[in-house]
Design a protein around this ligand. Structure first.
Ligand code: 13P
Ligand code: SF4
Length: 391
């Protein structure tokens, strides 16, 4: 049976708090034109002192990132959230699934705040629990569910992480997908298979380029088609069952632009995030998480040229911070993550000033049952041995 799922809600509308869907954020926000916003954010943060800890993902705007106590990729931010047991409030400047993970990894007394509830992630929304349960039923009918380890990318809702926890699987991020897949295949011996959610590109790129699997070992499960659009035989023959999800931001980068840049800029280095399509990653010089991208540029020689395939706020910041290197965006058009960009200074000021006034706004709270199993899957990730060279 295939579950009919609702289409994405337009950003800023709707009330599905447990999903990555855009939801209303009815705050009494200060005007974006208020010249005192920076001073107000600084004053509110100073008043809260040690009670608040602000986490900022690398894709956040500069106006927000200046107030982050720690910046990082999603793996680093999950670890940082777990390592702050004394902070009463964790203000998460990132997207909904990151704030959920922070809530799961922090103590029940700590409160996680997402300054704008409309900051979801369209990729995370591409795998809904009912759809994943349908897929699991099909794997059971094909007689292979016992061989399958579900691995979900951090970019997924808490109930998908919980599904993986319940089914002996784990979470991974872009900086440890290789180790997570090696762990998964080792769990079930020779016949092991992985169901990889929800980003087909990270799953394919890691399986083929890091683990040495063939493209033919991968099939794509389309949740909108009966039986995922696959026969039981195709499922039985596959090693990687990739969910048909993707990031619309990283989906914009193309092999053609890589080829054009190589033809026009001698010696240009192509550095991309593993959410890019396989043909783009195949043409890149280096591939890795946002933290890896930053570390690579910091270590690069002055005078070198870099075309970077990831979100534009990060690429612009790298270009500004490294005027001695030629840094460009790997696309001809502007390409921000619209949901990451939802967190702006007015929302941050509103969230911090509300905390000063004793009101916790936009708290992200995962229910106890989901939290338990999602934590199992997250903890399996945090316990993975070492990290890849991409970290
Ligand atoms: P990182 O884990 O590399 O920070 O990426 C998160 C993300 O959302 C990329 O689109
Ligand atoms: Fe989601 Fe893509 Fe935005 Fe990352 S960049 S938060 S995967 S939509």
């Amino acid at each position: 049976m295939t579950t009919v799922d609702l289409p994405l809600l337009p950003l800023g509308r709707g009330t599905d708090l447990s999903a990555e869907r855009g939801v209303e954020c009815p705050g009494d926000l200060p005007a974006a034109s208020d010249p005192d916003l920076v001073a107000r954010a600084a004053a509110a943060k100073a008043k809260l002192g040690e009670r608040v800890f602000v986490l900022g993902h690398h894709y956040q705007r500069d106006e927000v990132i200046q107030f982050a106590d720690v910046t990082g990729d999603s793996f680093k931010l999950a670890r940082e959230a777990a390592a702050r047991p004394d902070a009463e409030f964790i203000v998460f400047c990132g997207v909904h699934f990151m704030a959920e993970s922070a809530d799961i990894l922090t103590a029940p007394s700590q409160k996680v705040v997402l300054p704008d509830l409309a900051a979801g992630c369209s990729m995370a929304d591409m795998a809904r629990l009912a759809q994943v349960e349908d897929a699991w039923d099909a794997l059971t009918d094909a007689g292979i569910a016992d061989q399958v380890v579900p691995i979900t990318y951090m970019n997924s809702s808490a109930d998908i992480k919980a599904f993986c926890g319940r089914h002996d699987g784990a979470v991974c991020t872009s900086s440890n997908a290789q180790v997570a897949l090696e762990w998964a295949f080792a769990q079930k011996g020779e016949d092991a298979k992985v169901l990889f959610l929800p980003d087909q590109h990270l799953g394919r790129n890691t399986a083929v380029l890091e683990l040495g699997l063939e493209l033919a070992d991968c099939v794509v499960w389309n949740p909108l088609k009966p039986n995922g659009g696959l026969t039981a035989e195709q499922l039985r023959d596959a090693k990687m069952i990739l969910w048909k999800g993707h990031c619309s931001v990283h989906g914009r980068f193309s092999a053609e632009v890589v080829d054009q840049l190589r033809a026009t800029i001698p010696g240009v280095n192509i550095l991309v995030h593993p959410e890019c399509a396989h043909e783009v990653v195949l043409r890149a010089d280096l591939v890795g998480s946002t933290e890896f991208i930053i570390n690579t540029i910091e270590a690069a020689e002055p005078g070198t040229s870099w075309a970077i395939g990831t979100e534009l706020n990060l690429v612009k910041r790298l270009a500004k911070d490294h005027p001695d290197k030629q840094i460009m965006f790997l696309d001809k058009t502007v390409c921000y993550c619209s949901t990451m960009n939802r967190i702006d200074l007015p929302h941050l000021v509103w969230a911090l000033e509300s905390l000063v006034d004793g009101t916790v706004v936009n708290q992200i709270q995962v229910d106890a049952e989901t939290e338990h199993w999602a934590k199992v899957a997250l903890q399996r990730m945090l316990d993975l041995p070492g990290k890849t060279a991409r970290d």
